[in-house]
Design a binder for this molecule. Structure first.
Ligand code: NAD
Ligand code: ZN
Length: 353
């Protein structure tokens, strides 16, 4: 499928067994033999050999760079160390970067591609459901700093995205489920039909492939209207993320996975939407129900430090200049950026979680 990516369009290929075809696909986009495959310590042993083999058979000379798995590797220091290795291996302006992994690898490999020689092509091979439906689309790349996530980065659209759904078979259940938080978010903000479809989800492989495609469509359509996150359109994708990010932070990024925190954030955003946007309470309940069906949390553990969540909210970049911008849904399938949500509303919603 073709995706509008601002200045240039790019292709997303979705299917089974695609890891062995990477080389052929890359040939259409790459001008040079040398490339770097960037992956993490969990994904490298699973898939890197196949990717390297396919690239080599297509005439490329890939170097593999493996960094430790986990968000703690997504730093500017690690990005610098990757660049050093690429320079030492003689990669130049004509080379390209392949990111093989989840959203962490997608973000840091995209950042490296964006800054190396002021920008070289980036091929994404997302290996988590979250990365397929969300982080590999839209061109946001970046790294974390000591105090906050994703504050250093660039917009750098990929040249090609390859979603081999077979790679999801090794994904731990909890990781798989967290992808559904973003899928349910997409349904709530933009696709009431998909919401209904998810309510009777059976999980068959062909259906999963179609679902991934549909989510890529939703995200890319929203991104195309506001590539650089300036007009408020792209901000709709932050539904559930204001409280979600704050929960992630309050749990020191250990207690909840991103999608799990977003699930809790969606539950809070539903309560706020009922109060401030006229969301019918039964629709709010249906959203919370659906999150639960996918094994996602919608209540905080009793002892969770709720106060820390509210402190963390002020850290969130959506509260620029002290102005509260909060995404609400007036009914399933639509969303808008509200300016009438108060800190008290958020207090109330977090207390009720
Ligand atoms: N750029 C964007 O627009 C955007 C959007 C959403 C999230 N993100 C970023 O994405 C990251 C979260 O993504 P994620 O959940 O994919 O994280 P992740 O990349 O850390 O992957 C989660 C875990 O799964 C492992 N893994 C990956 N693929 C696997 C497979 N096929 N089989 C077995 N294990 C596998 C990884 O090694 C890791 O331990 C965060 O850094 C977040 O900031 C970016
Ligand atoms: Zn998210």
């Amino acid at each position: 499928m073709q995706i509008r990516g601002g200045v240039h369009d790019y292709t997303v290929v979705i299917g089974g067994g695609l890891l062995d075809e990477i080389g052929d696909h890359a040939r259409k986009y790459a001008r040079c033999k040398k490339c770097a495959v960037i992956s993490d310590s969990n994904v490298t042993p699973l898939f890197a050999d196949r990717v390297k083999k396919s690239l080599t058979s297509a005439g490329f000379r890939p170097m593999l760079i493996t960094i430790p798995a986990g968000e703690k590797s997504k730093t500017v220091q690690e990005a610098g160390a990757i660049c050093d290795q690429m320079i030492a291996a003689g990669l130049d302006r004509q080379s390209f970067v392949v990111g093989l992994g989840g959203g962490m690898i997608g973000d840091i490999s995209g950042f490296v591609a964006a800054i190396y020689h002021r920008g070289i092509p980036h091929i994404q091979i997302p290996t988590t459901l979250l990365a397929m439906v969300d982080s590999s689309i839209g061109g946001k790349t970046g790294v974390d700093t000591r105090d906050a996530k994703n504050l250093i980065g660039t917009f750098h659209q990929p040249s090609l995205v390859i979603d081999d759904i077979d790679v999801l078979k090794t994904l731990p259940r909890r990781q798989f489920n967290q992808g559904f938080a973003e899928i349910i978010k997409h349904a709530v903000i933009a696709d009431a039909k998909m919401f209904q479809m998810l309510q009777s989800w059976k999980g068959a492989t062909p259906a999963l492939q179609r679902l991934i495609k549909r989510n890529i469509h939703i995200k890319s359509r929203i991104v195309a209207k506001d590539e650089h996150d300036r007009t408020g359109q792209r901000a709709l994708l932050n539904f559930g993320h204001t409280v979600g990010h704050a929960i992630e932070r309050a749990g020191n990024y250990r207690k909840f996975l991103h999608g799990e925190a977003v699930s809790l954030g969606i539950a809070a955003a539903c309560a706020i939407s009922v109060k401030r946007a006229g969301l019918p309470p039964d629709q709010g309940a249906a959203i919370v129900d659906l999150l639960r069906r996918f094994g996602l949390p919608t209540r905080l553990p009793h002892k969770f430090p709720r106060k820390k969540i509210l402190d963390a909210v002020s850290f969130d970049k959506k509260f620029e200049g002290g102005k509260v911008r909060f995404v609400v849904t007036p009914r399933i399938g639509t969303a808008y950026l509200a300016d009438n949500v108060t800190a008290d509303d958020m207090h109330e919603a977090v207390d009720a979680l």
